[in-house]
Each structure stands twice: as structure tokens, then as C-alpha cells.
Design a protein around this ligand. Structure first.
Ligand SMILES: Cc1cc2nc3c(=O)[nH]c(=O)nc-3n(C[C@H](O)[C@H](O)[C@H](O)COP(=O)(O)O)c2cc1C
Length: 225
């Protein structure tokens, strides 16, 4: 019986893998790896089926006077600026991650991985929690359904002792009423400082390191995978 690979691999995943395969078969792949990574992030920020449309954001949680703990969670990649080397996500200002970003002066790590591709992208950078005109514009584009994430009367993460999970009925509102979510909404922008790209390719694993300076120069090199 013929195997239908489409059922295992998403089209978007296959496309991402094929793009890197093509690059690696070219004469000077090192020259193209940075551009392809950022082009792929840009595509990820546009479409929810792209392997990099959703990532894991890691922050540093302070658990005691001198005690720290890594903290990770899934977030949606909302925007990517290839020239400025920034990536954005949306969040609730009352969430734990905002406090963690603020106390750690923005130290964050992003991880993108989708199993069908065997391609991992890890980004380190500095995140800023924004509530300016860019946040206003982003809020305007948030659908009514997505606005519900910012409408809880009680702060996200608050503990409850009841047997049943807390009701989310306070989030079922009209477009006009959804405007009250704006005060909780924030745009978080990460200026990426370095990237570590790894592809567990069948013909041999490949890994690259990329470092971005404030002056917008980029240093790219292969690493032993
Ligand atoms: C598929 C998926 C997408 C998510 N996207 C976001 C997001 O874009 N922004 C966000 O703040 N939380 C998002 N979440 C929820 C977070 O993963 C997390 O549970 C929540 O923000 C609380 O995190 P914190 O307590 O570490 O701040 C998403 C969760 C899932 C499962």
C-alpha cells in the first residue's frame, strides 16, 4: 500500500524543509541561511499553519531572594520585522511573563519547532512590553474571539479553590464591550540578538549560529551539530 506522506507532514512543514534543503544544495549556503530564517519567520507571522507561527517563549522567573527558575509557554508569533530583527507576540499585562520580562530587563529565549520538519530555531533577545501606537494598531486588528483572552475580570493565573474550573462567561461580550480588554492588552517586541538554527537532516545534521549587532551587522557561521 502506498504511503501518503501528506497525512504525516503538513504542506507548510514540507515547504519549510524543502527551502532549507534547496539552500543547502547551493554553492554558498552560509550566505543564504540568515535570509531564509527571517523569510520563514515572516511567513510564520502571517499564517497559522506555518511551522513557526507558534513558538515557545522562555523567561526567567524569580522564585526567591537569589533563586531563579526558567519558565516557558506557547505564544503566537504575530509580527516579524526583518530589517529591525524584531518579532512580536500579544499578551495580557497582568500575566506572569510580563513581570518576568520586566524584572529581567527583557531577557527572553524563543524556540520554534514542528516535528515534521526536524528543524529547530532558537532565538535569544531582549523583549519590551509596549503600550504605544503600535499596540493600539495591533489591538484594532484583534478579532472579537481573540479579545476574549484580555477580558477576564480577575487576573490570569489567579488561584481558585472551587471544584469546577472558573467560569469564562465574563468574556462573552459585544465588539463595543470588548474595548475594555484594551487596558489589559500589550504588544511584546523582542529584538533578536542571536539565533541557533539546527536541522536534523537525513543526509547529515546541520547547525548554524547567527549573531546580530546593534549596528545591524550579522555574523553567521556553521557549528558542529
Ligand atoms: C496554542 C496556544 C497559543 C497561545 N498563544 C498565546 C499568546 O500569543 N500570548 C499569550 O500571552 N499566551 C498565549 N497562550 C497561553 C500561554 O501559553 C500561557 O499559558 C499564558 O499566557 C500564561 O502564561 P504565564 O503565566 O507564563 O504568563 C497560548 C497557549 C496556547 C496553547
Amino acid at each position: 500500500m502506498a504511503v501518503r506522506y501528506e497525512s504525516f507532514w503538513s504542506n507548510e512543514g514540507m515547504r519549510l524543509q524543502a527551502a532549507f534543503d534547496l539552500l543547502l544544495s547551493s554553492e554558498n549556503p552560509l550566505d543564504g541561511v540568515d535570509a531564509l530564517i527571517w523569510q520563514s519567520l515572516e511567513t510564520g507571522a502571517r499564517g497559522n499553519k506555518h511551522p513557526w507561527s507558534i513558538g515557545c517563549l522562555m523567561t526567567i522567573q524569580k522564585t526567591g531572594e537569589k533563586e531563579y527558575c526558567p519558565s516557558g509557554r506557547t505564544v503566537v508569533l504575530r509580527r516579524c520585522d526583518v530589517v529591525a530583527r524584531t518579532i512580536d507576540f500579544h499578551t495580557d499585562v497582568r500575566s506572569a511573563k510580563v513581570k518576568e520580562i520586566e524584572w529581567s530587563e527583557g531577557a527572553v529565549c524563543w524556540l520554534f519547532y514542528e516535528p515534521s520538519t526536524k528543524i529547530q530555531l532558537r532565538l535569544h533577545g531582549v523583549a519590551s512590553v509596549m503600550n504605544d501606537e503600535d499596540a493600539d494598531a495591533a489591538w484594532e486588528a484583534v478579532s472579537l474571539q481573540s479579545r476574549s483572552a484580555y477580558l477576564s475580570v480577575d487576573p490570569p493565573g489567579q488561584q481558585r479553590s472551587s471544584q469546577q474550573p472558573p467560569s469564562t462567561a465574563d468574556r462573552l461580550v459585544s465588539q463595543l464591550e470588548s474595548e475594555r480588554g484594551r487596558e489589559n492588552f500589550r504588544l511584546v517586541r523582542t529584538r533578536v540578538q542571536s539565533a541557533d538554527w539546527l536541522y536534523l537532516r537525513q543526509g547529515g545534521h546541520v547547525r548554524a549560529s547567527l549573531a546580530y549587532s546593534e549596528e545591524r551587522s550579522t555574523e553567521v557561521s556553521w557549528l558542529v551539530p
